[in-house]
Design a protein around this ligand. Structure first.
Ligand code: EPU
Length: 365
């Protein structure tokens, strides 16, 4: 599909290592934005990273790690060397008295991996079914849905330092998980403090408790449970419900380009929440354990009249105002610039109306 040419910026000494030049990225990002990678290297194991680091010219280049491209806005051609993670493999690594420890290569498709664990009789990730992307990207933004976050089932991961080639492991504490956040989203000059663009995740391990309990607290799931008159759903049932809910609310990236939720749900103090309720008492808000409040960003955007609106070919999804979509395709599709203009206009209106700056979720390149 893609012409493979020798590295442009340096001699490639390893014959097994093929640096592809001028690679179209449209099929490699779920927004389906048209852009190219000046240079792209497929990573199928840590040996590929080691070989890359032995090539002085490649080692010196800035790098961008690309997984499923499901949380990405491309605003132009990508100049850093793109490392496309294609590390495969999934297995039951070991059992403890309380949990199955399963491991998956960073390049595995997340949804297929969740379905596989269920088929193996190891439930626990069913609430996170159908989230687009690869296994390696899941700890980066601590993905979450329907009452479960990745950190709830995370055991540890292996990553490789993109400067030294050293392989290291991190446990949950070391990943510094937060809401859609981790050490991999932060840049820092100090070693170890931020790993953005500094490390590539190779494998992720999950601890799936043998004493499985359904997580049913989330409103959409509860509605399903009542509708189906099912008091004690099993994991497969919840998996099927989550797939149905997501298909009814969220656009399928194979059909309509998108990057999932474009903004984070903001957390505000009790005082700020009271201020926003005074501006509009209908605001959807949830009290958190520490007394702060989480607001539904989708509601705030909707209240500002953005649902269904567009800037060029970039639009706000009709059924979920938190999701920005590409209304066209190919050269007739949205540009990253249009997506970001739309995102900034939404931020401005929400700020003017509610005094709150919405934070964006995807990586903008
Ligand atoms: N709402 C509106 N207008 C809309 C859509 C929703 O007013 O257009 C209101 C709904 O009435 C609801 C509230 O907003 O009360 C929350 O909506 P929803 O339940 O659909 O979830 P969300 O908070 O918008 C979050 C995650 C999703 C995840 C769902 C389900 C974030 C940024 N998003 O969305 O994650 O699937 O909950 O757990 O936390 C993603 O991160 O890419 C993602 C899709």
């Amino acid at each position: 599909m893609v012409a493979t040419l020798p590295a442009k910026t340096g001699r490639c000494d390893n014959p097994a290592m093929v640096v592809e030049n001028n690679v179209p990225l449209q099929a490699l990002n779920t927004f389906h934005i048209v852009a190219r990678a000046q240079q792209l290297l497929r990573i199928r194991s840590e040996d590929d990273v080691a070989a890359m680091l032995q090539d002085a010219a490649l080692a010196a280049l800035p790098k961008f790690v690309l997984g499923g491209g499901s949380n990405l806005v491309l605003t132009g051609d990508v100049k850093p060397l793109v490392l496309k993670v294609e590390i495969a493999g999934r297995r039951l690594l070991r059992e403890t008295p309380k949990a199955f420890i399963v491991e998956a290569g960073a390049g595995e498709n997340w949804h297929d991996f969740v379905a596989w664990t269920l088929a193996q009789g190891m439930p626990g990730m069913e609430n996170m079914a159908l989230i687009p992307g690869t296994v390696g990207a899941t700890p980066v933004q601590n993905i979450g849905a329907y009452g479960v976050e990745l950190q709830d089932v995370f055991d540890s991961l292996d990553a490789i330092d993109l400067q030294t080639g050293e392989v290291f492991s991190l446990d949950a504490g070391q990943c510094a998980f937060g809401y859609r956040d981790s050490i991999f989203k932060h840049a820092s000059a100090a070693p170890g403090l931020g790993l953005k663009d500094k490390a590539l995740i190779l494998r992720v391990r999950f601890a799936l408790p043998k004493a499985w309990k359904p997580i049913l607290g989330y409103a959409d799931i509860e509605k399903m449970r009542i509708q189906e008159a099912c008091d004690k759903p099993d994991a497969q049932q919840i998996f099927d419900w989550v797939c149905r809910i997501r298909r009814s609310k969220l656009p399928d990236p194979a059909l309509v380009g998108n990057a999932g939720s474009f903004f984070k749900n903001p957390t505000v103090s009790a005082e700020q929440c009271a201020d926003i309720i005074a501006r509009d008492p209908r605001v959807v808000h949830y009290r958190l354990a520490d007394g702060s409040f989480k607001l539904a960003a989708a509601w705030l955007i909707d209240a500002c009249g953005w649902r269904g609106k567009s800037v060029g070919q970039a639009g706000v999804y009709e059924k979920q105002a938190l999701v920005l979509v590409n209304r066209g395709s190919g050269s007739q599709g949205a540009t990253g610039g249009e997506v970001m203009t739309l995102a900034k206009s939404i931020q401005t209106s929400v700020y003017e109306r509610f005094g709150l700056l919405l934070e964006t979720e995807p990586v903008v390149l």
